[in-house]
Design a binder for this molecule. Structure first.
Ligand code: IMP
Ligand code: MG
Length: 175
């Protein structure tokens, strides 16, 4: 089997530009309110860190860890919560921060779980929207970058836990 190869897709400067744009939109929409920002581990960790630093409104942060069974590059639709939030959501303005929406199973599942906890509002921010792969109808309120198909790594995103530390985003080929 050939070695996987990395083809540059989104350079760090472009990522940074969209992170700043998203933070400006979020800051404007939640002005005068305190936002509870929920990071979905592990993939969103760098995006999350850059985004919250650029949001002007007061924030508190928390994390969830989700895992969906399946092959390395395809979701099965069965989503397990491996780590739950510490903070209660009731009556709060909550923003879910995800690295990428692919089939949509992960976010659909998380959105409904968190909605049951009666937040005042619940929205979704994703760095990347992989539009061509959607299996269920879930839409992000804030979208950084879009792509149609292919598997990407870097800036938090992994293949078999590798490449998360790369500052740019690459298309992974030959896997
Ligand atoms: P979904 O449930 O199919 O929408 O998948 C969402 C999760 O699968 C994301 O949170 C990622 O962890 C992972 N994922 C989906 N597409 C990619 C990709 O292209 N690269 C790395 N991880 C991905
Ligand atoms: Mg993920």
């Amino acid at each position: 089997m050939p070695e996987p190869s990395l083809k540059p897709l989104f350079p760090r400067a472009e990522i940074e530009k969209h992170v700043q744009r998203l933070a400006a939109e979020i800051s404007r929409d939640y002005v005068g309110r305190e936002l509870l920002v929920v990071g979905v581990l592990k993939g969103s960790f760098l995006f999350f860190a850059d985004l919250v630093r650029a949001i002007a409104t007061p924030v508190v942060i928390d994390f969830v860890r989700l895992a969906s069974y399946g092959s390395d590059t395809r979701s099965s639709g069965i989503v397990e919560m491996r780590l739950d939030l510490e903070l209660p959501l009731q009556g709060r303005d909550v923003l879910i921060v995800e690295d990428i929406i692919d089939s949509g199973y992960t976010l659909e599942n998380l959105y409904h779980r968190l909605q049951l906890r009666q937040p005042r509002s619940l929205r979704i921010c994703t760095l990347i929207d992989k539009r061509g792969e959607r299996q269920v109808d879930v839409q992000a309120d804030y979208v950084g970058l879009t792509m149609d198909e292919g598997f990407i790594v870097g800036y938090g995103l992994d293949y078999d836990e590798r490449y998360r530390n790369l500052p740019d985003i690459y298309l992974l080929e030959n896997v």
